[in-house]
Design a protein around this ligand. Structure first.
Ligand SMILES: [Fe+2]
Length: 404
C-alpha cells in the first residue's frame, strides 16, 4: 500500500526543479544514494566525432559521484617539486629517526588536481618521486602492482630484482613486474633520486592490492635485503640484444609466469638506440619512438602499462593525436612544449606531465638540441578490454582514425 501523501490541492508557483533536485541530492547523500540531477554530458557525447582540440571533458556540477571525477592535464615542474626532496633528505640527515624508517620511503606522490586528492596522476597510474640517502635501504618485498623506476640521478643507488642487482644511472628504466621480489637502496656517497611508477590505482580499484615482506630466500649481509644471486647485467646479457632468446634458461617470471624477464634498460643504451634512429623519418605523431617490450613474446612490458621513449629533433613538432589511454611523461632531456586540449605546457629536464584519456596533444621541441621523453600509458589494458582507439590530425587539420 502506498504511503505517499496526496498532492496538495492548492496550486502554488512552480518550483525551480534543478535547484530542488540539487537540494534533494545533498540530502540523499546521507543514505548513500545519488539522484540524477543533470546529464553527465562528457560521458554521453560521442567523443570520437567531437573534433575540437580543446575538448577537455567536464565534471558535472553539484554532488557528483567519485567515479565522475576527471583526471586533468597537468604538469609538475621539477623546479617546484624537486626542492621538497632535498628538504626530506635534510630532515633524514638531521633527525634521530629518518623518515624511511617510519614511512617506508622518503618520497612524495604526485596528485592530479582533477582527482580529489587521490594518490594518482591518472585513473590508472601512480607516480612517486623518491630520494635515498647513502645507507638507506628499502627492505625486500613483493606486491601485486607492477612498478618501475626511472632514474634521475646521474649515478648511485640500486634495485635488486629476483637476485639481479641493477645499478641505477640516469635515464635507466628498472622494472619490478608484479610478483617479483625487490629491494632498493643507496650504498653510494651521494643521495639518489628516481621516479616510481605503478599501476596501483587500477589494482586498488579492482581490490587486488597485496604486499608480502616475508622473504624466504637467501638474504644479503644486510638482513633486510635479498642476496645478489645473479651477476650484474644478467637480464641485459640474456635479452639485451633483441630478436635473440637464450635457450638454456626459463623465461618465466612473476605472478603469472608471463612477466617480462628483461628488467633493466640502461639509459645509455636507450639514448644510443634513439640516436641511431634519428635519421629516420619517424612518426608524424610521435617522432622517433621506441617501445619497451617483453623479449619473450613482444608484448608491452606489463600487461597493464606500456613504456616508450621518444626523441624529438630540434624544432620538431608532432601532429595532434589523441588516444583512449592515460599517459604520463617524464622529460629526460631537452626543452619543449606539449599542447593538451588546447592548453600549452612548457617543459624542461625532469618535469613530469600527464595527458588524460582522449585529449588532443601535440609535442614540440622548442630547443636547439634533441629532446627525449619517456612515456607510460595504459594502452595495453585498453587494448585488452577492446577500448583502444586513436585519432590524428593530418597536416591540413582533418581528423583521421589511426586505430578505430
Ligand atoms: Fe615495491
Amino acid at each position: 500500500m502506498s504511503t505517499l501523501a496526496s498532492p496538495s490541492p492548492t496550486k502554488s508557483a512552480p518550483i525551480d526543479a534543478r535547484e530542488a533536485m540539487e537540494r534533494l541530492n545533498a540530502e540523499a547523500g546521507k543514505v548513500n544514494i545519488w539522484l540524477r540531477t543533470q546529464a553527465n554530458a562528457p560521458a554521453q557525447r560521442p567523443w570520437f566525432r567531437d573534433t575540437g582540440t580543446d575538448t577537455a571533458g567536464e565534471v558535472a556540477a553539484g554532488r557528483v559521484g567519485a567515479n565522475q571525477m576527471k583526471a586533468a592535464p597537468h604538469r609538475w615542474r621539477w623546479r617546484d617539486i624537486g626542492p621538497f626532496l632535498d628538504r626530506i633528505a635534510e630532515i633524514a640527515r638531521s633527525s634521530d629517526v629518518p623518515p624511511i624508517e617510519f614511512a617506508e620511503r622518503q618520497q612524495f606522490l604526485l596528485t592530479n588536481p582533477g582527482l580529489g586528492g587521490r594518490l594518482q596522476v591518472t585513473n590508472t597510474i601512480r607516480c612517486a618521486v623518491s630520494i635515498y640517502n647513502p645507507g638507506d635501504v628499502a627492505p625486500v618485498h613483493v606486491h601485486t602492482p607492477n612498478a618501475s623506476r626511472t632514474i634521475l640521478s646521474e649515478d648511485g643507488g640500486y634495485t635488486v630484482v629476483e637476485g639481479e642487482r641493477c645499478e641505477a644511472k640516469r635515464g635507466d628504466l628498472i622494472l619490478t613486474p608484479h610478483g617479483t621480489w625487490h629491494d632498493h637502496g643507496n650504498d653510494g656517497a651521494t643521495p639518489v633520486t628516481w621516479i616510481d611508477v605503478l599501476d596501483f590505482p587500477l589494482m586498488e580499484f579492482l581490490d587486488c592490492v597485496w604486499l608480502d615482506d616475508e622473504f624466504l630466500g637467501e638474504r644479503a649481509g644486510n638482513i633486510r635485503a635479498q642476496a645478489q644471486t645473479l651477476a650484474n647485467g644478467y637480464s641485459h646479457r640474456l635479452y639485451g640484444t633483441g630478436g635473440m632468446l637464450p635457450g638454456f634458461v626459463s623465461h618465466r617470471r612473476g605472478l603469472s609466469g608471463h612477466a617480462t624477464p628483461m628488467i633493466h634498460y640502461r639509459g645509455a643504451d636507450i639514448r644510443n638506440s634513439l640516436a641511431g634512429l634519428a635519421g629516420e623519418p619517424g612518426d608524424p605523431y610521435e617522432g622517433i619512438s621506441l617501445a619497451f617490450v617483453n623479449p619473450v613474446n613482444g608484448d608491452p612490458v606489463f600487461p597493464t602499462l606500456a613504456y616508450t621513449a621518444q626523441l624529438l629533433r630540434p624544432g620538431e613538432a608532432t601532429r595532434a593525436k589523441r588516444e583512449t589511454t592515460s599517459t604520463m611523461y617524464v622529460v629526460i632531456e631537452g626543452t619543449g612544449a606539449t599542447e593538451i586540449a588546447g592548453r600549452r605546457f612548457d617543459w624542461e629536464r625532469n618535469d613530469i606531465f600527464v595527458v588524460p584519456n582522449f585529449l588532443w596533444r601535440r609535442h614540440t621541441n622548442t630547443g636547439t638540441a634533441d629532446a627525449v621523453l619517456y612515456a607510460v600509458s595504459d594502452a595495453p589494458l585498453m587494448e585488452k578490454i577492446g577500448q583502444y582507439r586513436a585519432q590524428g590530425r593530418s597536416a591540413d587539420g582533418a581528423v583521421e582514425n589511426l586505430v578505430a
